[in-house]
Design a protein around this ligand. Structure first.
Ligand code: AMP
Length: 358
């Protein structure tokens, strides 16, 4: 168990690191960040920030030497950089990153544990792609195995005919059948070193253009009927990874039960509402887990919750939302991530609304 004043290192400098650092500060823990030069918004709230490359093993060693524990907020930290951090202070362990960084690996991993992903095939060449289309059919989605996020590195294939116009990206991919889903939800859990696991409620997630737009509670009856199965898979997976910290699995709710989409070995956008609406937020519990502190309760304190992402230029007028109010509702909770460029399609902040009114 870390003592007050201990230092947690976070690999990655985005909004997730920023919110983790704020939660750590509340507990009297210092955070040092590490990420390559860029719009590292976590650095605003870190005691120190290393703007150094992932290949700079000397800088990584200097960073690790100043930390009692190291974690990450970005799942594409290269494994070579992770290898420069002593394994005894890294939480969660490298295997979680190794598994989740590759869409093919993560599907195989979860499938072995009894999870059900969409039909999929490994695609390394144009010929593989043609074969995958033959066996799985269209519609489907071609996704790069690595480095995809928020719908990037993905090509929708509406028909076999349309597939002919898709230029194969030339990197290892996975082709998956399009899932006819009714809703999407995520299971977010926290697990500590002793194997104790707590779940937050599963919000109903709506994506636009492959990117999360809103997370809402309560969820639909269909999700309610599938959460237990999805939780069991997520827990098996976290146990198999000997995972420490917050772990997320995304699912499609279908007529045939929950279909596993992907895992994120980290706090997740669909859990941002936990800051205001849960007894303990995903950020605080991640910090508690990696610091070896007792975990906090994860119950939802409101009847209704809605988290909406602020994307692109909307961030420039986000303070206007502060003035909005509804009867019996708490005022909106506005989070601006402090990013300097409001590029189109870029997550800039989010707004959470909570309510106990009917
Ligand atoms: P991903 O980055 O794989 O989570 O994909 C982002 C979003 O695209 C998902 O949350 C879904 O809304 C949609 N999507 C991805 N894969 C599929 C699929 N196989 N079938 C249907 N929709 C999908």
């Amino acid at each position: 168990m870390l003592k007050p004043g201990s230092t947690i290192g976070i690999l990655g400098g985005g909004q997730l690191g920023r919110m983790l650092a704020m939660a750590a500060a509340q507990l009297g823990l210092r955070v040092i960040g590490y990420a390559p030069a860029g719009d590292n918004v976590a650095s605003d709230v870190c005691a120190h920030f290393f703007e150094k490359g992932w290949g700079d093993t000397e800088a990584l060693a200097a960073f690790a030497a100043r930390c009692d524990v190291v974690t990450w907020e970005f799942e594409n930290v290269p494994l070579s950089a992770i290898a420069a951090i002593p394994a005894n202070i890294l939480r969660p362990g490298a295997i979680a990153l190794e598994t989740a960084q590759d869409r093919l690996n993560e599907k195989r991993f979860v499938e072995k544990l009894g999870g059900k992903p969409a039909p999929y095939a490994s695609v390394e060449t144009e010929e593989d792609f043609a074969r995958a289309l033959d066996t799985i059919g269209a519609p489907g989605i071609l996704k790069t195995r690595r480095d995809g996020y928020d719908g990037k590195g993905q090509w929708r294939v509406r028909s076999a005919h349309e597939a002919q116009s898709i230029r194969f990206p030339g990197v290892p991919c996975v082709y998956e059948g399009f899932v006819d889903f009714t809703a999407e939800f995520s299971v977010i859990l926290v697990r500590n070193e002793a194997g104790e696991v707590h779940f937050w409620d599963s919000s109903e997630n709506v994506h636009e253009d492959g990117m999360l737009a809103t997370s809402v509670l309560p969820h639909s009856d269909l999700i309610a009927s599938q959460v237990d199965d999805a939780r069991a898979i997520a827990k098996h997976t976290a146990n198999a990874l000997k995972y420490v910290g917050v772990f997320t699995c995304e699912f499609f709710a279908t007529a045939n039960g929950p279909v596993f989409n992907e895992m994120a070995p980290r706090v997740h956008n669909s859990g941002h509402w936990t800051i205001e609406a849960s007894t303990t937020s995903q950020f605080e519990n991640h910090i508690r887990a990696v610091a070896g502190l007792p975990l906090g309760a994860t119950d939802t304190r409101f009847a209704k919750v809605e988290m909406r992402n602020i994307v692109g230029a909307e961030a420039n007028t986000v303070y206007d939302i502060l003035g909005e109010d509804g009867p019996n509702d708490e005022g909106p909770h506005v989070h601006h991530y402090g990013k300097s460029k409001a590029r189109e399609g870029r997550k800039m902040g989010h707004v959470t609304r909570v309510s106990n009114s009917k």
